[in-house]
Design a binder for this molecule. Sequence first.
Ligand code: ZN
Length: 332
Amino acid sequence: MINYKDLGLVNTRDMFAKAVAGGYAIPAFNFNNMEQLQAIIMAAAETKSPVILQVSKGARNYANQTLLRYMAEGAVQYAKELGWENPQIVLHLDHGDSFELCKSCVDMGFSSVMIDASSLPYEENIALTRKVVEYAHKYDVTVEAELGVLAGVEDEVAAEESHYTRPEEVIDFATRTGCDSLAISIGTSHGAYKFKPEQCTRDPKTGLLVPPPLAFDVLHEIEKKLPGFPIVLHGSSSVPQEYVKMINEHGGKLPDAVGIPEEQLREASKSAVCKINIDSDSRLAMTAAVRKVFADKPGEFDPRKYLGPARDEMKKLYMHKIVNVLGSNGKA
Ligand SMILES: [Zn+2]
């Protein structure tokens, strides 16, 4: 049993309370490898932003959970080396799908876990979430739950049909589960193909797809039911068209990839939304940078020469999100 406090990590409780009160959101960035983690920590340290390091089930399988945990521990030390005196870093399990998975994360030093039982019937979602909350709270680990179903594909999480969170359920759900934060569905979606072309309109000038707007009315209704309760948005990459273009111009093929416009995420950050998950954008930044090096310098075979530029590009992206979209800079 390793407690996250011994690793220098924090849970989300104070962080979220401050974010809700202050009208900003905490970035939750997924990581699978060293360069991503370095870029996240550099960006957070430079902007003094609290940050959530997210590990999905897929990342645990890819990179090995023990190694990931030590990397997160190392990240706290690295942040201090970069001059961030009191790093506010959360290590969070993204989309835990069983009690056993959540328990094993709590036991090995995660400071926060998500139990995503949103695909189960309502009462089963409550029962499983409640079980995880009871275990996690014994160790002061915070728990994110989900109500409503997001569309899209993210690692092993996939749903064909989405449905919005029903505001009439949130009080009952939050009260009976005791969860610390709630992921809701208001039209965000996992992956780089968040919307089908037929769900969108097309900008006649640029030819780019314009996605349907987020359901702010549903968000505001939820806020009214649960004043001050931390709300989470998954699937909130904006799929920057500069990266899609860079990828497509250097041998890639991502037709009609489209995300959530950043103005809408900025708007959501000012509400009870206090955690915004961003994964695809970092994948796109990394892929764009690597493709460009490979296209421009076909003789290059030193991984540092293409993963280095990828890291630079990701850091730029993370800083942009922190400062211009979420507003969490200077809050840690
Ligand atoms: Zn998600």
